[in-house]
Design a protein around this ligand. Structure first.
Ligand code: AMP
Length: 280
């Protein structure tokens, strides 16, 4: 496995890798969720590359950029064990050199849900992902359903800007109690970690009601909110039943939906989601 830091090294190393190349962009502190993307890429592509970059432009001023967990040595040995061919670990200055002033933005799709709560977040995501696509020139890029809106926004960007690649979205990998794996779970103490299970319980309660025939969007939203309210440590920021394609909030009877939520447990903000109906 080759590990490179500069863009020039990356481009030279990329040229030696046979197509199709699968790219797995990450912010590091890898867990089984990340590794599931790497394994999928390894199965589907001749070459596999990953990036490890804690992207400062997708963090708001009051968010956890400085505290974000990092362990590069461990990440590299995990990637090597999965048979990854190439890893790029650029510095902030390489990604955003002096004078940087060009941004990629997606409008409506990035303006709701996470985008409404975290202004500028998706501008940071789409800009860095566009740069990664240009640098690696992958034929496929792998993202997690865990960040459902991010996957939708990146798909939209790839289509709108004619990136010649396929965006592959992989299922959310969960802990035994249903908590979606996340680098941020490492912040929790034991009580908070238990409380984090309530997001999955709330999503499951609505999914079970849907499976039993409940179709009213408002009722599904209420079931999730009521379930979250049983956990004192959980402070919901939003609870959403949205159209899976447009991410517009739904009302009345639904056929398919993206259930999603952002919930604070202490100072830690968690997101999770589940798809209902076709495509779930
Ligand atoms: P991050 O390092 O948080 O930027 O995540 C890198 C990629 O891994 C993104 O495409 C995430 O959606 C994906 N990912 C993170 N957690 C999970 C998970 N629990 N299951 C599946 N994919 C995940």
């Amino acid at each position: 496995m080759k590990v490179v830091v500069t863009l020039e090294e990356l481009r030279a190393a990329r040229r030696t890798l046979p197509d199709p190349l699968g790219l797995v962009p990450t912010m590091g502190f890898l867990h089984e969720g990340h590794l599931s993307l790497v394994r999928r890429a390894r199965n589907e592509c001749v070459s596999v590359a990953a990036s490890i970059f804690v992207n400062p432009t997708q963090f708001g001023p009051d968010e956890d950029l400085d505290a974000y967990p990092r362990n590069l040595d461990r990440d590299l040995s995990l990637l090597e064990a999965e048979g990854v061919d190439l890893v790029w670990t650029p510095t902030d200055e390489m990604m955003y050199p002096q004078g940087f002033q060009t941004w990629v933005t997606v409008d409506e799709l990035a303006g709701v849900l996470e985008g409404a709560q975290r202004p500028g977040h998706f501008r940071g995501v789409t800009t860095v992902v566009a740069k990664l696509f240009n640098a690696f020139q992958p034929q496929r890029a792998y993202f997690g359903q865990k960040d459902a809106q991010q996957a939708a926004v990146i798909k939209r960007m790839a289509r709108d800007l004619d990136f010649l690649l396929e965006v592959v979205v992989c299922p959310t990998v969960r802990e035994p109690d249903g908590v979606a794996m996340s680098s941020r779970n490492s912040y929790f103490d034991e009580t908070q970690r238990k409380a984090a299970g309530m997001l999955y319980q709330a999503l499951s309660r609505a999914a079970e009601a849907f499976a039993a025939g409940e179709r009213d969007a408002e009722t599904l939203r209420r079931l999730m909110s009521e379930t979250l309210a049983t956990e004192k440590l959980a402070r919901p920021e939003y609870v959403s039943v949205a159209d899976p394609d447009t991410l517009e909030e739904l009302s009345g009877p639904i056929e398919r939906a993206l259930l999603s939520m952002a919930v604070f447990i202490g100072k830690i903000r968690l997101i999770d989601n589940m798809l209902l109906g076709d495509g779930a």
